[in-house]
Design a protein around this ligand. Structure first.
Ligand SMILES: Cc1ncc(COP(=O)(O)O)c(C=O)c1O
Length: 401
């Protein structure tokens, strides 16, 4: 669960103004100052902060396509052909042929009948719940789900139940309390963004098979990373047909911004007319759609990026393992380094900064108590030299803990 969530859930005072001054999350942010850094320049995995060059080790540019010439050229073509914005919602005047083409291409890639794209993965994940859940339904969500799904649940009148993270046995118990007639949605992530854990989908499906559930999977961090050519976590497990809705983001492996929800034609058509996030918000901008579309082509035509991502991930995890750093059992390129207390996490993060490696700190209550961590992510774009420097910085920070 990312740190940002805590900015909105922390305890606060009575007046709005005092809340803005005194709430715990704001005080922590101001004290540690690890957030909202502004880079002056970027070249691939290298960024400049106040004139200092650093290696970016927390971006979700998994395949390193944000600077790929074909992606940049496609975005420029989108701008030249369609201008900067649709200035309208899909439902009214914002639909364009490039939206439809991208939706069809994505659906075919994922192995689903239909797809609906929107301006952000956050919006897509919200709508994957908000459009479907109603009063009288129960939504069962993994405790560590991303904020976007909880936000979607919050917009409905459905009852929400949290099951223990990646724990199908707990889900089974909770499902058992509900009547067989109650409509049920089960929501989980394919790959958990903070932990790097893969969902035990086969076990989840074995549990839900007895309960006629509607499955929603946020695969923002599995898409482009797992499965054949990066088709995602459902493809990885061979269960694409069993997951009713696969939601995801263009802002990770697809090197753009925007999001998608894919499913059966009937379900996606229903979403198009029931998702407030789509009905009342402007459609995805041309440059972003063109960039995502070009990146999607590259997933298939240049598999070397995915290969390199996993080679880099293996090498990086070996570095962390040799230093005896705790990676919370991450199985993917999203790799937390668990330090256990705020102070240790801050010190570790600061030492990495001093050694020219940029990461993101995440501390309780955004993570469970005792799991304060530094969140890192590997990219196919990290060079051997980057990895050596990262290794040196990790050793330096680990020695000083
Ligand atoms: C698991 C998960 N779902 C959804 C999102 C939202 O994606 P976007 O950045 O495209 O809004 C994120 C982004 O951090 C994420 O990590």
């Amino acid at each position: 669960m990312p740190f940002m969530i805590s900015l909105f859930t922390a305890k606060s005072g009575n007046s709005i103004a005092s809340r803005c001054r005194e709430d715990e999350a704001t005080r922590l942010r101001l004290r540690y100052k690890p957030y909202y850094h502004t880079f002056d320049r970027q070249i691939g995995t290298h960024v400049w902060l106040g004139g200092t060059e650093m290696i970016m080790l927390s971006s979700n540019d998994y395949l390193g396509l944000t600077h790929h010439p074909k992606v940049i050229e496609a975005a420029q073509r989108g701008l030249a052909e369609w201008g900067t914005s649709t200035t309208g919602a899909r439902l009214s005047n914002g639909s364009r042929s490039y939206h439809q083409q991208l939706e069809e291409k994505l659906a075919a890639f994922l192995g689903k009948e239909a797809c609906h794209i929107s301006v952000a993965g956050y919006i897509s994940c919200m709508s994957a719940i908000q459009a479907f859940a109603q009063k009288g339904d129960v939504v069962f969500g993994d405790k560590n789900l991303h904020s976007s799904i909880w936000a979607g649940i919050g917009l409905t009148q459905a009852k929400a139940e949290r099951f223990a993270h990646n724990n199908p046995a707990d889900l089974r118990e909770l499902l058992g309390y509900e009547s067989p007639e109650t409509p049920k949605i089960v929501a989980f992530e394919g790959v958990y963004s903070m932990e790097g854990h893969v969902a035990p989908i086969l076990e989840i499906l074995a549990v839900t098979a007895e309960h006629n559930c509607f499955h929603v999977m946020d695969d923002a961090h599995g898409f482009g990373v797992l499965g054949q050519h990066g088709r995602g976590t459902a493809n990885h497990f061979g269960v694409t047909d069993k997951i009713d809705l696969i939601a995801g983001s263009f802002s990770k492996a697809l090197a753009s911004t925007g999001g998608f929800v894919a499913g059966s034609r009937e379900v996606i058509e229903y979403l198009r007319s029931h998702s407030k996030q789509t009905i009342f918000s402007a459609a995805l901008a041309p440059a972003q759609a063109y960039a995502a579309s070009a990146a999607l082509d590259l997933l298939q035509s240049e598999p070397e990026h995915l290969r390199r991502l996993w080679e880099n991930t293996k090498r990086y995890k070996q570095i962390l393992h040799d230093l005896k750093l705790d990676t919370w059992g991450s199985e993917t390129p999203a790799v937390p380094i668990v330090l256990g207390t705020k102070e240790r996490a801050y010190r570790f993060w600061q030492h990495l900064m001093d050694r020219g490696v940029f990461t993101v700190m995440s501390i309780a209550p955004a993570v469970p108590p005792g799991k304060d961590l530094v969140r890192t992510a590997i990219s196919a774009c990290h060079t051997d030299e980057d990895l050596s420097k990262i290794g040196d910085a990790m050793a330096f920070a680990a020695r000083r803990l």
